[in-house]
Structures are given as C-alpha cells and as structure tokens.
Design a protein around this ligand. Sequence first.
Ligand SMILES: C[S@@+](CC[C@H](N)C(=O)[O-])C[C@H]1O[C@@H](n2cnc3c(N)ncnc32)[C@H](O)[C@@H]1O
Length: 414
Amino acid sequence: MAATETQLRNTYRFMAPMVRSALSPRDITCAMFKGDFRLSLSQGEQRKHAYVLDELRITEDSLFLDVGFGWGSLLEAARERGAKAVGVNKETGQVRFARSLGLNVVEGSYRDFLTVNNPVQFDGISCVEAMEHFCGPEDYVAGEQDAIYGDFFARAAEHLVDGGRMYHQSMVLGKDVPRFDDISTDAPPFSREYIAAKVMEFYPGSWPPESVDQIIRAAAPYFDVLEVDNGTADYIETMKRWSELWRPNTRTILPILSLAAKALLDPNIRKRIGLLRQGYNRQCFEKGVLELSRILFQKKSDVFKPENAANIASYLSGKLSGMGLPDIGVDSTDELLDTVYSGDNAILYVHKNTGKVLVLDKIPGIVSANPESARLWIHGKRWEETTQLYTEAASKDLNSRDFWQSWSRQFWRG
Ligand SMILES: C[S@@+](CC[C@H](N)C(=O)[O-])C[C@H]1O[C@@H](n2cnc3c(N)ncnc32)[C@H](O)[C@@H]1O
C-alpha cells in the first residue's frame, strides 16, 4: 500500500518552517551538481529545474505536470517560463502552501488525478522523488512493485501527448542494501542494517524501487529511455549542504527556534528531527544502501505494443461476457493474422488484409500465432467503459490514427 496522507504529513510537515525560510528554491530532493560542487545548493537545484524543463521542452505554450510537487518550486520555475503548470500532491499542507503561491494544484494521489475521466494531456511530466512513496515495504516483500510502477507509467503515458517526455528521479536500493529481514534498529549502531531501519522510521509506509532496471522495465511498454544518470554523489553533497542548515544564522535562526519549541512539546517531532540530524539518509547513500537515479523518458509512438494488448485484453476478459459482440463474418482462420489475446471470454485477432482488430467470442481450437507483430493503438483501459464505442471500435481500422484520435476524443467527452 502506498504511503497514506497521514504518513506523508508525518514525514514532511514538521520541516515546513525550515524549508520555507532556509531553502531557495524549496526542493527537498537531490540537486543537480553533476559533480561540480563549486555550485551552491540553490544553483544545484536551479540547474535541476532548468535541465528538467529544457529536456521536457517546456515553453510558454506548454502544459506541464509535476507529480508530488513538494513545496512547489519546480512548478514556479515552469510558471516563470510562461507555461501552464499543474501539480498533484497527496500531502494537504503542501497543497495549501502551493495554493497560497497561486499555483494550480490538485490535492490527492496521482492515481485519482490520472484517470480515464480526466481528458487533459500534458506536454511534459516530471516526478521527482515521489515514487519512493508509491509502495510500502509490504509491497516490496509481496513482489507488487512492478505492477504498481507499471500502472503509474501507464497513467502518465495516457496523459502525455504523443512523443511527450517525462523526467523521473528516484532513490533506489543500492548494491549493498542488506537483506530485508536483517534490517532492524537492534542491529549494531551504524551498520547498514541499522541505518536502513532508521531511514524506514523516517519514511513510514514507503519503500523505494529495487533498482533502476525495475523502473525502466515498468515504464518500457509506454516509454523509451533517452538518458539515465546516477546522482548518488550529488545526493551525498546535497545532504551535506542540508546538514549545514542546522547552524544558526540570520536565515535559519527563526525556523530552528520554532522547531525547537515544537520539539519540546511533541516527542514525535523530537524523534524526526533527531533522525534528520543523525544523517542516516546520507549514510545510506555513502554505504551503498541507496542510490539516486535520474531517468529521462519519451513516450513511445502511438503504436501500442503487443505486451499491452495483453493488458487491454485482461480488462476485456472480465467485461465481454454477454456483451453481444458484432458478427465479424470471418469464414476461416486463414484470414486472421495474429492472435493478440486469447482469454476466457474473447479472442482478439488482427486481420491479415485489413489490419482491423477482430474481437470474437471464444472459438475453441484457435491457437495463438505470433503476437510480436500485432500492432494496436488502443488506450486499453478506455475499452472497458462503453459497449457502444467498443463495438464500433472493434470493426474499425486500427492503423488509422485519425480514427483513434476522434474515438478517443469522443470517449473523453462522453
Ligand atoms: C520527497 S518529496 C519531493 C517533493 C518535490 N518533488 C521536490 O523535489 O522537492 C515527495 C513528494 O511526493 C508527494 N507524494 C507522495 N505520494 C504521492 C502520491 N501517491 N501522489 C501524489 N503525490 C505524492 C509527497 O507529498 C511529497 O510532496
């Protein structure tokens, strides 16, 4: 299960005074030094903003989405370019703060925002260190991460224009991460098992992806990779700079006093400040327990891939029974090219001559051919919604981009 709003509030809200007064921009994620540590923290964060917005090709005509926008700095940078910037965030305090800056933000999970009922398509999407919260430790143990991340990327792709890009930054498990069962605060202090347990305390309900490969694999049906970068050294430096914020100076004295007052009254805040000040997170990066990945993705062309046909079809399989499908009138299986799906209730084929997808009720005895050559362009999840459009779509030429675009628009309006 993903981190809940309460867990996110526990993680982030106590640090608000420090972030707002002492950080500019207010990013709470790895800056982009690219090894040039002569840059200030502010310059490193600004460099990240410029990189993200340049690579996503955000201009004044663009519509940009930031998933998990924190205290809204990247949204502000996009707005400064004249773009329309939209954010979605599950933590209510951050949403309130962003609104006070006049930013256009939606409160809630990306799952509730990126749905089939939302017709918006963005020119570019970023997700900077929010994925760490999309799964909890129990999802990792149960092997659910692939499916959850796959669902995230499917949603993002559906809300990106053709060829649109996505910037994705996330912590991932490092090569020296201890075995999950050995992670414990009873382990010897400052062992990898111990510091990992302390970081888990700081991020309740959250567990990072297991590797860069896992992220790329989950995105693969929808996105090509343009660039991959390991930002671990940059993160260690970013965290060093953050640790300097605890030194009182004109910018930090007020937030430090405010935090100290809160800590006196609230043992939970006391504990969280302690966890931050001990620098367990930084130690995890230094000791190979965690790494930082940056990935630039580009949405695949509008040819839907065979592996997605299986997703589409698994939706269909639950829905088709008793739907009264049209009689396509295929006389012999020779006319059929490939089975793109064969399920309990239906079989999907691509027609040899016309390229149409044929949806047939279960016909016994027809065996799957070669799904590799199937070419579909269907936003699978939309199929389930309407029998009427589905019936119409089933008899149309799937290679006609115009048809699918108008169908898709019609669907959105519906
Ligand atoms: C580490 S912070 C990063 C904030 C910001 N991107 C930055 O770079 O400073 C993670 C953010 O993701 C948000 N978040 C976590 N889970 C989310 C979800 N399911 N949907 C939307 N936002 C989420 C958190 O509330 C928080 O704002």
